[in-house]
Design a binder for this molecule. Structure first.
Ligand code: UD1
Length: 353
């Protein structure tokens, strides 16, 4: 059996890690195509190295651009790649421009498409990710859902017959890496002279928080006004937008820092007083590590984290401040994101059909 995985952005490399491992264990001919959407080494290469992912077989090198230019460049390049490999399945991940490009190219070549992390919905149609995931779900032949909530969304959209609940592959990676870094100190504590458990770890990169200068200024000032040091692991998008609009990312409590590799991120979150983020993955990772999370968005796809009390949504600076200082959430052993063996289930489903 031959399966082509198409990835391109940081969260997709994390999801690819357990899938690649499970594919190799099952003897699948696994071809990895990297679109090149993310090209900075700290957003790409370190994930392959640290998480033991096979090197990409094909690298399209599309780089950055507007949505249309970036997605179009991927579409143009993928036709030839799929034609050469003619896989049994094309596996696409999450909700980025790399996801929709690969799904669209593959279905038009009559190749079977499986969508990993299917069925997530924010119901916010201003998010590029929402269009990418809805369109990919409706194009794909097999919908691999991470949670029961995602399954329910797919049922509501008439996609029940194509849907399988497999669990969340990010849980697989998180559990492995959490055990590897247990006992390791946070790399940020020594470097920045912080006190363990007395600082926050933040990431902000979504267009809705970065692209409008007034909004970015409010978020930066809100983080700068918090009661403890806040280390902002700054994605290139936020660095570029802040520089363009003259908004300081180091102000008050806020300290800008380069992005971290995955194990270092997990070690840092573990030793923090809380996480403040607009990342989908980090909301869930914080929950799985049982670190309180404050999400700088008006909605979340990972509603279980909010329902269980480990995540709160915060739009304004005042809401962010209230979020990080709220009482410690109640302990829970709920496991809405699966048992850490989702990737094996994905490969079982793919190889059985
Ligand atoms: C993309 C995904 C988003 C995901 C995020 C994870 C889409 C629509 N969005 O957003 O869902 O949460 O990845 O990080 O696919 N840049 C660099 N170096 C890089 C990559 C990007 O400098 O390696 C800069 C460029 O200026 C680029 C900007 O960041 O224009 C945005 O990058 P892009 O890949 O378009 O989207 P992300 O914001 O990373």
């Amino acid at each position: 059996m031959k399966i082509v995985s198409v990835v391109g952005a940081r969260p997709q490399f994390v999801k690819l890690a357990p899938i690649d491992q499970a594919m190799r264990a099952a003897g699948v001919d696994h071809v990895i195509v990297h679109t090149g959407q993310h090209y900075d080494p700290m957003l790409s290469d370190v994930f392959f190295e640290d998480l033991g992912i096979s090197a990409p077989d094909v690298h399209l090198g599309v780089g950055s651009g507007t949505h249309g230019v970036q997605t179009g460049a991927m579409l143009g390049a993928l036709d030839g790649v799929f034609d050469e490999h003619r896989p049994d399945w094309v596996l696409v991940y999450g909700d980025t421009n790399s996801t929709i490009a690969a799904a669209l190219s593959a279905v038009k070549m009559h190749l079977r498409v499986a969508h990993l992390e299917a069925g997530l919905r924010s119901f916010n149609r201003r998010m590029p990710e929402e269009h990418n995931r809805v369109l990919t779900d409706h194009a794909a032949d097999l919908l691999l859902a991470p949670t029961q909530v995602a399954v329910d969304h797919l049922i509501d959209e008439g996609l029940a017959e194509r849907t399988v609940l497999v669990g969340d592959v990010m849980t697989d990676v998180l559990y492995t890496v959490r055990d590897e870094v247990a006992g390791r100190p946070s790399p940020l504590v020594a470097e920045l002279g912080l006190t363990p458990g007395e600082h926050y770890v933040a990431t902000i990169h979504r267009a809705e928080n970065t692209d409008e200068p007034d909004r970015l200024a409010e978020v930066a000032a809100g983080l700068g006004g918090l009661d403890r040091p806040v280390v902002l692991l700054a994605h290139p998008r936020v660095v570029a937008r802040a520089a363009a609009h003259g908004i300081p990312l180091t102000q008050g409590s806020l300290i800008a820092h380069a992005p971290l590799a995955y194990p270092e991120l997990i070690a840092s979150a573990l030793h923090s007083a809380g996480v403040v983020t607009d990342s989908g993955g980090l909301q869930k990772e914080a929950f799985l590590l049982r670190v309180p999370c404050t999400t700088v968005r008006t909605e979340t796809e990972w509603v279980e984290t909010v329902d269980l009390g480990w995540n709160v949504l915060a739009g304004t600076a005042a809401e962010i401040a209230a979020g990080v200082t709220r009482p410690q959430p109640s302990p829970t052993d709920a496991a809405p994101y699966g048992d850490g063996h989702a990737a094996e289930r994905v490969v079982e489903v793919l190889t059985a059909s």
